[in-house]
Design a protein around this ligand. Structure first.
Ligand code: SF4
Ligand code: SF4
Ligand code: FES
Length: 269
């Protein structure tokens, strides 16, 4: 529902440093505006296109020239801080990594992430994620582990993929367990299953997190739809390389009697 229409001022120059004006017709952006408890809806803005423009450039142009009250969160504009997550044409994406000329022709919709409580306009409250993070025991090597660590190259490569996470929470946003079923209190979500996997697979870590990820982490809620993998801007293979191996380890623990007995006798690793 449009609650207002705010056209760009004719002839307004593009933002310095954002590239050169492409001379094409104005872009039409339908941007969500509102705060909880007050009328909310899309506002239509028309923005002069600029060569190489990304959606975040368009939002900045709107803030500078048309609507200084429009709120969005961003920091690096280089797809590295994970701040500018939003839903662009209905898909969770980074605004600073989404070129407008790569989107289908027609209006571009920009909405806040739906899986988290709205604060204002495109800004949502992602603090739940940090609370989940605090519940996961950190990396804990053995007290007598010699330093520096000596680790096999193949073990390092396996966990390196997970270290690329920029905590954009797009995977949390797209996951139906959180987004549609609102099971935030019973499911860690894909970002934190990645974190648990990175710790579980670290050859020098000594903490056992499998029971916690099975119970309070709600690993069983994941039905491997791979939606999280599809939206990850760092191309982390969330389901194949993190979640499925965790599920296998949990299944081994609970359903393989030979392994359960040998683990009891020989210890975890
Ligand atoms: S694969 Fe699992 S964690 Fe990822 S989006 Fe689907 S249900 Fe959620
Ligand atoms: S795993 Fe990917 S999508 Fe999820 S928070 Fe990390 S970088 Fe973002
Ligand atoms: S502004 Fe940092 S990831 Fe987009």
């Amino acid at each position: 529902m449009a609650i207002a229409e705010r056209p760009a001022e004719p002839g307004t120059a593009p933002q310095p440093g954002a590239g050169s004006a492409s001379g094409g017709p104005p872009l039409e952006l339908h941007v969500f505006k509102g705060i909880p408890g007050e009328p909310q809806g899309e506002v239509t803005y028309r923005v002069p296109p600029v060569t190489g423009m990304v959606v975040l450039d368009a939002i900045h142009w709107i803030q500078k020239h048309v609507d200084t009250d429009l709120a969005c969160r961003w920091n690096c504009k280089a797809a590295k801080c994970g701040s500018c997550s939003a839903e662009i044409n209905g898909r969770p994406r980074l605004m600073c990594k989404t070129r407008v000329d790569e989107l289908p022709e027609g209006p571009i919709t920009v909405h806040p992430m739906r899986a988290f409580p709205l604060i204002k306009d495109l800004v949502v409250d992602v603090s739940h994620n940090y609370e989940v993070n605090r519940r996961i025991p950190p990396f804990t090597p053995a007290a007598d582990e010699p330093s520096p660590f000596v680790i096999q190259e193949m073990d390092l490569e396996r966990i390196y993929e997970f270290r690329k996470c920029i905590e954009c929470f797009l995977c949390q946003d797209v996951c139906h367990v959180l987004r549609s079923h609102d099971l935030h209190e019973r499911f860690y979500g894909p970002r934190f299953l990645v974190r648990v996997a990175s710790l579980e697979m670290h050859p020098k870590d000594t903490v056992d997190r499998l029971e916690a990820v099975r119970t309070e982490g709600g690993l069983g809620y994941c039905n491997i739809t791979k939606c999280c993998t599809e939206v990850c801007p760092e191309h982390i293979h969330i389901t194949d390389n993190a979640i499925i191996p965790l599920k296998e380890r949990v299944a081994d623990r609970h359903w393989d009697p030979v392994r359960a007995v040998s683990r009891l006798l020989l210890g975890r690793r």
